[in-house]
Design a protein around this ligand. Structure first.
Ligand code: CTP
Length: 403
């Protein structure tokens, strides 16, 4: 899935050692489908040659403000008009200062002034320069003017100093670019997504759980945030990174998940329950580790379980105008069980998958699902990546919200 297909990005490169990392950034932007026009300042060319950027971007690199052109096209104006995003990376203290005060004395600074669309700065410099009050004031002013400025990373800087001023990882910059340019189809919508398994404690070292890895839910949360929704991700114990622009609430048991979901529910427009919630918990939780001699017979021991609340069913009882989406993990009678859950839990749609089918279910990157809708209709999808499925589900949810 190319997330920047058809987008024009003008990348301004200024003179800092991080300029070499901008080469990787251009490569990744183009792989995502973007057309990248690079503008280099004179100082940037001391670090990397225009030929490097030209080779990677497959476009002529722009370096001169006053250039004899074979056609009438004033560079800084045309670049400013063309740009869906003007990205300045790395941005030195100098370009931040110039942009904050409207100084336009070379091709890049004039392009900043001539750009109508979004402009994003990715500062990278020595920690003392970054923390200098003048730089901080310039960043503040740029933000007030509506420009976006990314936070630099902390660590050992090229000069040997420790502190804030490193270029953030290229993947993070790419994600921020994608986020800025992605159509905000779900802007203003509040979405709760649950993901992962729950853990029901037995004693301080043991618990009951299931094989869910949380992948599907995290992909949905990521996609919803990209589309502009305000996302609360209620996550059971999983080892996944929080997607950008997502508010994550970590929980352990089904009871914790219920409380977190119920807290966010009143303000939500949509709830997507992709978590594999434990249906039962041990009736007694031992304060100390259970010893094998205690309570056991020669044959073994019996564990008494008690039922957890069905979170989705509780939400279904107070649904109102909210959209409720359930998941059904089945190993047999998929249609029958999924339809039963749709009805009993008062859902708008349920996404059912056969967990023992190859390429579907827990831990895989793909899924094969059937979506059952409230109106009785059914949509069968072929094997697709969970990333793609997330966008399809959000599209169907949006259509339901619209009418
Ligand atoms: N669910 C829930 N609370 C529970 C159990 C399930 O909110 N205590 C939600 C799940 O997040 C999922 C849907 O209900 O969206 C269906 O979950 P699933 O485990 O497939 O079915 P159950 O209702 O638990 O029924 P069974 O285990 O008998 O198949």
């Amino acid at each position: 899935m190319k997330r920047l297909e058809g987008k024009n990005i003008v990348l301004g490169v200024t003179g800092g050692i991080a300029a070499y990392k901008a080469v990787d950034l251009v490569s990744r932007l183009t792989k995502e489908g973007a057309n990248v026009d690079v503008v280099m300042t004179k100082n940037a060319m001391e670090f990397v040659t225009p030929l490097t950027f030209q080779t990677i971007s497959k476009n002529k690199v722009n370096t001169e403000l006053f250039e004899c052109l074979d056609h009438y096209d004033i560079n800084h104006i045309s670049l400013g008009k063309k740009a869906d995003l003007l990205l300045i990376c790395p941005a030195t203290a100098n370009i931040l200062a110039k942009a904050a005060h409207g100084i336009a004395d070379d091709l890049l600074s004039t392009t900043v002034l001539a750009t109508h669309g979004p402009v994003m700065f990715v500062p990278a410099m020595n920690v003392a320069m970054y923390e200098n009050q003048v730089t901080q004031d310039n960043i503040k002013r740029l933000k007030e003017l509506g420009y976006s400025v990314m936070e630099p990373a902390e660590g050992t800087l090229a000069c040997g100093d420790e502190g804030k001023g490193k270029l953030p990882p290229v993947e993070d910059i790419l994600e921020e670019v994608v986020f800025t340019l992605y159509p905000k189809d779900l802007l203003g919508k509040k979405i709760i997504v649950t993901a992962g398994p729950t853990r029901e404690r037995l004693d301080p070292v043991r618990f009951l759980s299931n094989r869910s890895t949380g992948k599907m839910g995290f992909e949905i949360a990521y996609a919803a945030a990209l589309l502009g929704a305000e996302v609360t991700l209620v996550a059971g114990p999983v080892s996944l990174q929080t997607p950008p622009h997502v508010k994550r609430v970590d929980v352990e048991s089904a009871e914790d998940m219920k409380n977190a979901v119920l807290k966010a529910f009143p303000k939500a427009d949509v709830v997507i329950k992709s978590a594999a919630v434990g249906d039962f918990r041990p009736k007694n939780v031992s304060e100390h580790k259970i010893k094998k001699e205690k309570g056991a017979t020669e044959e073994g021991m019996t564990l008494e379980l008690t039922k957890n609340d069905d979170i989705l069913k509780l939400l279904g009882q107070q649904k109102g105008n909210k959209i409720l989406v359930g998941f059904a993990a089945e190993s047999q009678h998929l249609e029958e069980y999924a339809k039963k859950k749709l009805e009993e839990k008062n859902l708008d749609m349920i996404v059912a998958n056969n967990i023992i089918q190859k390429g579907a279910g827990f831990g895989t990157d793909t899924n094969i699902v059937k979506i059952f809708y409230r109106d009785g209709s059914l949509e069968s999808l072929k094997k697709i990546l969970k990333t793609e499925l997330a966008f399809i589900l959000l599209d169907r949810i949006k259509k339901r919200m619209e009418g």
